[in-house]
Design a binder for this molecule. Sequence first.
Ligand code: BTN
Length: 270
Amino acid sequence: MTDPADWSRAADPARRIGHAVEFHAEILSTNDRARDALTEPGGEGLAVVADLQTAGRGRRGRTWISPAGVNLLFSVAWRPAIAPRVAGLLGGSAALAVRDACAALVPDAGLAVRWPNDLVDAEGRKVAGLLVETALEGGELTEAVVGIGINVNWLPAEMPREIGGSATSLRVLLGSPIDRVALLGSVLSALDAEMGALERGESPLPRVRAVSWLDGRQVEVDTGAATIAGRVAGIADDGSLLLDAEVGRLALSVGEVVRVHEAVPAAVAQ
Ligand code: BTN
C-alpha cells in the first residue's frame, strides 16, 4: 500500500493538468469527485486518485473492477479550450498519453491503443481503460472528465476469472512491481502535454494511427444499434473507426469492438 502522503510526489504545480493530487483510500468513482472539484478553487486539473472505488465505472455502463491499493485509478476534470467537433479526439489524446507513459516502463511489450481508447499489449490483452465524459452548454464544450484505470501491480491469480484471459498488468509485462506514484506523475505530465497540443489545434491522430492495435484485423463492432462485422481500415480524422463491412466502408463514431478474429494482419506478421 502506498503512504497517502506519497501521492503528492506525482503533482507538479507548473502543470495545468495534475498541478495537485487528492488521494482517497475509498471513493465511489474518481470521475464524480473530479467533476465536482471543478466548481471548487483549484479544482480544475486536480488529479483525484483512489486506492479503491466502490462504484467505479467503465464505458457503456460497465463496472470497473480493481482490488484495493494495487492499480492506478484516477480522474482529472478541466474546461478544455477546444471546439465541440474536436471532442471526439480527447480520448485519443488521453490514450496516447497513457500509452507513452506506460511504454517507457515496458518498451518491449508492444503497448498499443485499441479503439476507441483502450491500452493493450501486443496480444491485445487490456492494460488500461479510459472513460471520457464531456458536457456541452450552449453549443460549447464546458467540461471534460478523463478517468483512467491502469492495471499496474495486479497479478493474474488475483484477477476475476471473467477478465483474467483478456487483461494483463504492467507488473506482469515488466516482471517486477511498479511504483504507482511515479507512474501517475508521468501519465499526468504526458496528459498535460497532449491536452495542450490538442488546444493548439494539433491532432493526435497521426500518432494514434502509428500505435493502433486493430488495423487490418477482422472484428465485430457493437454500435448499440447493431453488431457489424468487418475489417478495420483505420481511424478517420474525427476519431471514428473505419470498418470495411459487407455494405462498404463505414465510419463508426461510437461502439465497442466485441470480437477480434484470430488472424494477424499481414503488416504485423513476423
Ligand atoms: C473502460 O475501459 O470501460 C473504461 C474504464 C475506466 C475506469 C476508470 S478507473 C478511474 C475512473 N473512475 C471511474 O469510475 N472510471 C474511471
